[in-house]
Design a protein around this ligand. Structure first.
Ligand SMILES: [Zn+2]
Length: 341
């Protein structure tokens, strides 16, 4: 098996004021992503988030204009051109999917969950999420049929302002294009490389290795495989989900989609237990590539201290290097307990 969880460990020496300025050593790790080789820094500090006060943010957002609320949506949001989506907007149960005025890709949709301006995290159940996600998949399917050159499909979510959302009103962003993002490009190149060298799918070997290893393994729901990410992307560890049987969101069936949402709701339950009330989700997929598997990451987002500082700083922005305060292995038992609780 060629999947390797490589890390370099070290210690930095200092005279520690918490120990009467005695000589101390602070451990750190530099980890290498098993697929892309990209690095990240991992620490083991006893950090625990304080519960945030969201009420002011929600109240302030109600005083600002919200184009996604039911009384403004029809008038204030764009329509797709008739040749792309003849009905202008995709409606799916409570959800509405509209074009993104900031098109991050050739085809970019915004899937508004429901008429509700604010959905608290504890109400993000499968039933309250399924319409918006199904609308996003329908949009992908329609675009896949409309433009055969489009190859890359992603569904993305910023929940609440700490995760970068400019709107409190819950919505997904779905991007379809023919140029992959940096992350997807690196993954595709690495998947190709892995298959050529090993004659097997990376994802199959990855899931097997994480399961055997056990220290980051969360569990499986049908064909969705859940594990803590070896190289976390956020201030606190994030969770990965691999769809072990499908490569592209346009071919994803309802049953697997629901299994994913079930797992997602359980991860959000863990986040709440940790006082995390904001997160990013991205689901990556590629059309017709046997070497690839749909996979997602769910990353906690927060303002770490009472002064409202961002959890991403120069290291992520300028060096493209993530760091995390807790090792994923240290939090995994609690994630597993809540996931199966
Ligand atoms: Zn609203």
């Amino acid at each position: 098996m060629a999947v390797a969880f490589k890390k370099i460990t070290g210690k930095s020496r200092l005279m520690n004021p918490l120990k009467d300025h005695a000589l101390d050593e602070i451990p750190y790790e530099i980890r290498f992503d098993p697929l892309t080789g990209e690095t990240g820094r991992v620490f083991d500090f006893p950090y625990k988030a304080d519960p945030p006060d969201l009420s002011e943010t929600i109240e302030r957002s109600k005083r600002l204009f919200c184009p996604f609320c039911p009384d403004t949506l029809a008038k204030s949001t764009p329509l797709f051109p008739e040749d792309v989506i003849p009905e202008g907007r995709i409606r799916m149960g409570e959800a509405s999917l509209i074009p993104n005025l900031v098109p991050f890709d050739k085809y970019a949709g915004v899937s508004i969950f429901s008429p509700r301006h604010y959905i608290p995290m504890e109400e993000l159940t499968v039933e309250n999420m399924v319409d918006a996600f199904t609308a996003a998949r329908t949009f992908i399917q329609r675009i896949a049929a409309f433009d055969p050159l489009v190859r890359f499909f992603t569904i993305n979510w910023n929940y609440m302002p700490p995760a970068g959302s400019s709107m409190v009103h819950p919505h997904l962003q779905t991007n379809c294009g023919d140029v992959p993002t940096n992350e997807l490009r690196l993954e595709l190149e690495a998947c190709k490389d892995y298959s050529e060298k090993n004659g097997r799918s990376y994802w199959e070997d990855f899931a097997k290795a994480e399961k055997e290893n056990g220290v980051r393994y969360v569990g499986e729901i049908d064909s969705t495989f859940w594990t803590m990410s070896f190289v976390p992307l956020g201030f606190l560890p994030d969770v990965s989900c691999v769809f072990t049987e499908e490569s592209s969101l346009d071919c994803l069936n309802d049953r697997t989609f629901r299994s994913f949402l079930q797992g997602l709701a359980r991860i959000l339950r863990y986040f709440r237990q940790q006082n995390i009330f904001s997160f990013n989700v991205s689901i990556f997929s590629v059309r017709e590539d046997d070497r690839f598997r749909i996979h997602a990451r769910i990353c906690p987002r927060l303002f770490p201290r009472g002064i409202g500082n961002n959890d991403m700083a120069y290291l992520q922005v300028m060096h493209k290097e993530p760091f995390t305060m807790r090792p994923p292995e240290a939090v995994c038992p609690k994630v597993r307990e809540i996931f199966w609780g």
